[in-house]
Design a protein around this ligand. Sequence first.
Ligand code: ADP
Length: 414
Amino acid sequence: MNVLVLNCGSSSVKFQIIQTDLEAIKNDQDKMLAKGYLERIGSQAIITLQAIGQPPLRTAEPIRDHKAALNYIIRWINDPNTKIEGIKDLSDIHAIGHRIVHGAERFKKSILIDDEVIDQIEECIPLAPLHNPANLKGVYAARDVFPGVPQVAVFDTAFHSTMPEENYLYAIPYQLYRRFKIRRYGFHGTSHRYIAYRYRKIKGIEREQVNIITLHLGNGCSACAIKNGFSLDTSMGMTPLEGLVMGTRSGDIDPAIIEFLIHNEGTSIEEVFNVLNKRSGLLGISGLTNDMRDLLAEEQEHNDRRASLAINIFCNRIKKYIGAYLAELNGADAICFTGGIGENSPEVRRRCLSNLDFFGIKLDDELNEKAVGIKEMKISAPDSRIEVYVIATNEELLIARDTLRVILNVPRIW
Ligand code: ADP
C-alpha cells in the first residue's frame, strides 16, 4: 500500500509517500518513495519536491491555500516527468495518513476519518487553537482532492493517553478538569512511541519490558517516562508550551510571571503568550537564535556568554527531568535521544548526562562523538548502569504504518 503522509501546519504542508505492507513492517523494509515541503502557503510559496533517487526540485509559486497545495502535489505526481518508483499517477496513492496534534481525551489511538471523527477533532480546537485548525485544513483539502481514498488520523497525544491521573492532573481546582478538561495531554507521542518501538527491536524484548526515558530534542522538545511500554509521564502539558526549554518556547515557568508582566509591562495577555511561545527558550536567553547548531558555533568561535548560558539552561532542564523520571520509574534501563538536536549534537548529549555518575550513567565519549546523523547507535560505556542510545525518529513512517493497520483493521503491535 502506498500511503501519502500529510503534516499540515498553518501555512505549510509537509508530505511523504511511503510504501508499506505487513510483511515490510515485519522486516522493517517499508520504503519512502517521495517527499516534499511547501511553506509560506497563502503567498509566494517555497516548494521542494523530491522523488527518492532523483535530485530535489525547488521552486517558488503563489499557492493560495491547503487545497491548492494538495492540487500542486497531485499535478507533480501525475506529471510523466516525475519518476516516483512504483507510482505512475494518482491511482497509485491508496491511503492518506494525517498528523493531528490534539486528540484530547477522545482519541486514544489512530482512527479512520469520517464526518463524526472530523466533528470530534473540531471539538478539540479550544485545547489546541494553533494546531488542530491547520491539521483540519489538510483533512478537508485531502477529502476534496482525493475523493474515495481512505484517510486516517494519527494523534500526537494518543501515546500519552495511558498516563495515570496522578501525572496528568494539575494541582488546580478539580472542577476545572471536570468543566474544561484542563490536564496534561503531552505531545510528540508518535515520536516517543517510535523510539520505544525501535528500542524494543534493538534489544529483542517484549513491549512490557521497555522501561526507558525518551528525549525528543528538536525545535520543540519533550521528555517521556515509559514504564512497561506505556507512557507514564511526559513533560509537555495541556499545550506544547510546558516542560523542557525549546527553540523559542520557555517550557516550565512560574505562572505568576504572566500576571507580573501584564501589570508591570502593560503587556496584553496575547503578547505575553507570544513572548512565551515565540521569543523565549534558546532564542530568548541567547538573544541570537533558536538554532542549537548556531549557538554551539557562537559559543565555540566567539565565546559568546549568552549562547553558552542558553545551551546550559537547555541541558540543565533536561537533566532535571531525567532525575525526576528516574525517580518516577524507580530506575530505567536506557535513555534514548532523538530529534534534530538529540540525533546530531554530541555536545548537548554530553552536557545533559554530565555529573550523573550517581545514577551510574556513563557515556562512551568516542561513540558519542561518532553518533551524528545515524539511524541508531548505543553511546554509553560498557559499564554504564543505564544504557544510552541515539535513535533517529521517524514519525512519518509510524503514521504510514498506523494508516495501513487501521485500514486493514489489524491490531497495532505497539
Ligand atoms: P523540528 O522540531 O522543527 O522537526 P528538528 O528535529 O529538525 O526540528 O531539530 C531542529 C534543531 O536541531 C535545531 O535547533 C538545529 O540547530 C538542531 N540541529 C540540527 N543539526 C545539528 C547539529 N549538527 N548540531 C547541533 N544541533 C543541530
